[in-house]
Design a binder for this molecule. Sequence first.
Ligand SMILES: Nc1ncnc2c1ncn2[C@@H]1O[C@H](COP(=O)(O)OP(=O)(O)OP(=O)(O)O)[C@@H](O)[C@H]1O
Ligand SMILES: [Mg+2]
Length: 279
Amino acid sequence: MRKHLELTQVGIEFPTPKGPFVALQDVNLNIEKGEFISLIGHSGCGKSTVLNIVAGLYQATTGGAILEGKEVNEPGPERAVVFQNHSLLPWLTAYQNVELAVKQTCKHMNRQEKHEWILHNLELVHMSHAKDKLPGEISGGMKQRVGIARALSMEPQVLLMDEPFGALDALTRAHLQDSLMEIHAELGNTVIMITHDVDEAVLLSDRIVMMTNGPAATIGEVLDISLERPRNRIALADDKQYNHYRHEVLSFLYEKQRKVEPVASKKSQQKPVEKPDAA
Ligand SMILES: Nc1ncnc2c1ncn2[C@@H]1O[C@H](COP(=O)(O)OP(=O)(O)OP(=O)(O)O)[C@@H](O)[C@H]1O
Ligand SMILES: [Mg+2]
């Protein structure tokens, strides 16, 4: 069987004033069609960089990503991206923001079909009621919903999400996680989602990919989450297996990959030492 999405020996070097910086090295991962993958790891380890390589926004220095047998080297509608801070055009309504993507990717549809498709995607994220509102007139969670509708309207094979719910309050976040689980069950897209939230990762994922700290970050461990679907957050709260998975991820992050970083106040105390010239 042909592989769906393969990352092989992915590495990337960024040029910096101090010389090349190796952000990622030897990242290898095979993802099956319809799988829900979470990427987790400390800040700055390279999660967004991995996602941007799959999106075709960054070019790997070594290795690369192959989707359905085709090498990824530029962005494409079959790989839609949802960013942490919605990226809606503020002068367009929710409907028009989705329409923009539909016009570009659904050229085979006539006007009426496009209209129905836009409404259908807004319905999927429960935003039909606010379709004529501008981004400035709706809440952060609603904007994020429109961003997801826009991505889904492109019927992507792969949905790439970079901390999609990071800026939201806990309740809105829980609602959107539930919506995302429903949409994923219905559409069966492959999803790669970056998160810092251990519960979110365990609740939503089929596999959690845990990254080591950079430089030259790579995949440290991959955890299979074999909890039955549909999943219910309340029922899982005291599920033994669920808590075992949580523990595994926490232990990876805070024991095995503990980030040793001076706290802000220490940093400022160290400043004079870092600048000997100033003395
Ligand atoms: N364009 C770039 N030029 C130079 N360095 C970069 C560039 N993009 C990313 N980096 C560096 O690569 C490393 C990984 O960055 P990345 O944004 O992928 O981290 P992340 O895991 O997404 O972090 P966070 O959780 O804070 O979003 C960081 O050290 C970052 O400074
Ligand atoms: Mg990031």
